[in-house]
Design a protein around this ligand. Structure first.
Ligand code: NAP
Ligand code: MG
Length: 497
């Protein structure tokens, strides 16, 4: 599977030197002196060496973020802050090709996909957020105070940054997840300690360089790569962190929420999913097939909102399964830097083991593959795009998040029971509905317990649209106006007249 694809000069330069931690505007080695390696998932070869931050480095980074909060950053006016945030978006696009290549090499995803989706979405998030910097207004309020008859007041609200924020992000969209976190934090005037995933620290470190270039003052953004159990846990537990924002597994999300109780820091969580994609007979079935395939195979299926449970109305079941199986078999799997590649490898040996374990559980439980079904022999962490049938509601493949290119297709006949089936999950992140009947589509959208419902579309991400989960898919929303609430306190000020 491995192909010799030349790296661009900028990527070679960035990966050839050991990467350091960014703390207080300085690039430094970890206090322990330790480093770890990140790999090219298409070959398993070492890509770069990175300083391994742990609890002591987190302490330094939190102190730097605290100083920066009390420093010049806090005195910038909103327009100045907004312009810096906007410039970060500009610099991302000026370095789009380099960032796409770095992302592809570190994560495995096709460079073309990173260039078309991850990079422009990240830039756009900063541009969108920049506009909010000058619009974070409170309101004036006329209080009614029953026990103070006749008293008059002038009252208003102030919206203030929550303070020092710890942000912990996953490896599936490394740059974009950094953007989702950093964009609103900077816009609201917070300062940040960011811990990228150990599998994919590189684009966040390159982004940090660009942020300094954009004029983000020293200490406002600190980046500490390292392991979750050490650096991540220390950040979530830190008594001088005012808020923690996490994206990753539901399991770790629960740990973060528990850890955060130490100082009752605020918590937002964007966690796993097992999202239903529902195809009615009256849909544009070809569009539904293409949408269902994209809904599961995009980004190797390593998407929290992947449409991994496919429900198809009985009389179209065979046609849809055949269509999506053909689509799966036609996907060109390969090295992310090969321009003809449509799907890359999974991110790590661990993720490869996890997905292939789910494939064997599926086989044991009687699921049948109509496409794919196994790993791809050779170097790298490749698995086949897979369609499974003969699945029922109690099967592991229908209940648990695989986080790989594996979809379970099931027929349905009872339309009245459909919302119950769609909601029969611990998760509630996203859903898809394919039909030409607008009334049916909107009624079902109301009944589905998920943070995002797509109608005749899937995987539509935009900086303007709030994204997040019901149930065990998380707390709070990313993006849109709503995410700003995660990063602000509201203060009521009352003046007796
Ligand atoms: P994970 O363990 O939840 O990792 C996410 C982030 O949390 C990483 O930065 C990780 O650091 C950190 N972390 C891990 N343990 C921690 C702890 N005890 N305290 C604080 N931070 C901690 O996810 P994963 O192991 O990489 O992937 C496992 C599964 O999670 C996937 O198969 C998938 O089901 C799910 N997942 C969901 C999303 C999503 O977008 N919702 C994203 C990724 C994964 P390290 O990098 O050092 O582990
Ligand atoms: Mg890597």
């Amino acid at each position: 599977m491995a192909v010799a694809v030349p790296m661009a000069e900028a990527t070679r330069r960035f990966t050839s030197e050991p990467r350091k931690l960014l703390i207080g505007g300085e690039w430094r080695a970890a206090l322990s002196g330790k480093t770890f390696e990140t790999y090219d998932p298409a070959t398993g070869a070492v890509l770069a060496t990175v300083a391994e931050g742990d609890a002591q480095d987190i302490d330094l980074a939190v102190a730097a973020a605290r100083r920066a909060l009390d420093g010049p950053w806090g005195r910038l006016n909103p327009s100045e802050r907004g312009r810096i945030v906007h410039r970060i978006g500009d610099l991302i696009m000026e370095h789009a090709d380099e960032l796409a290549e770095l992302e592809s090499l570190d994560n495995g995803k096709p460079k073309a996909v990173a260039a078309a989706a991850d990079i422009p979405l990240a830039a756009d998030l900063f541009w969108y957020m920049a506009g909010w910097a000058t619009k974070l207004n409170g309101g004036t309020i006329n209080p009614s105070v029953p026990y103070m008859p006749g008293a008059e007041f002038h009252a208003y609200t102030l919206r203030e940054p929550v303070g020092v924020v710890g942000q912990i992000i996953p490896w599936n969209f490394p740059l974009l997840m950094a953007a989702w976190k950093l964009g609103p934090a900077l816009t609201t005037g917070c300062t940040v300690v960011l811990k990228p995933a150990e599998q994919t620290p590189l684009s966040a470190l390159r982004l940090a360089e660009l942020m300094l270039e954009a004029g983000v003052p020293d200490g406002v953004v600190n980046v500490v790569p390292g392991y979750g159990e050490t650096a991540g846990a220390a950040l979530a537990a830190h008594p001088d962190v005012d808020k923690v924002a996490f994206t990753g597994s539901t399991e770790v999300g629960k740990l973060i929420a528990q850890t955060a109780t130490g100082n009752l820091k605020r918590v937002s969580l964007e966690l796993g999913g097992k999202s239903p994609n529902i195809v009615f007979s009256d849909a544009d079935v070809d569009a539904a097939i293409a949408g269902a395939a994209q809904g599961i195979f995009f980004n190797q299926g390593e998407v929290c909102s992947a449409g991994s449970r496919l429900y198809v109305q009985e009389d179209q079941f065979d046609r849809v399964v055949e269509g999506i199986s053909t689509a799966a078999s036609n996907i060109k799997v390969g090295h992310g830097l090969d321009p003809s590649t449509e799907m890359g490898p999974l991110v790590s040996q661990e993720q490869f083991d996890r997905v292939t374990r789910y494939l064997s559980i599926g086989e044991q439980e009687g699921n049948r593959a109509t496409a794919g079904g196994s790993a791809i022999e050779g170097d790298g962490w490749f698995v086949q795009p897979t369609v499974l049938v003969d699945a029922t509601a109690d099967h592991t493949i229908v209940r648990e998040e695989v986080f790989g290119p594996v979809i379970a297709a099931m027929p349905f006949s009872d339309v009245d029971d459909l919302a119950r089936q769609a909601n029969d999950s611990a998760y509630g992140l996203a859903a898809g509905v394919w039909t030409r009947d607008i009334s049916k589509a909107h009624l079902l959208a109301k009944k589905i317990k998920a943070g995002t419902v797509h109608i005749n579309s899937y995987h539509v991400f935009s900086a303007e649209l709030p994204f997040g989960g019901y149930k065990q898919s998380g707390w709070g929303r990313e993006m849109g106006e709503e995410v700003l609430n995660n990063y602000m306190e509201t203060k009521s000020v009352i003046v007796g007249l």
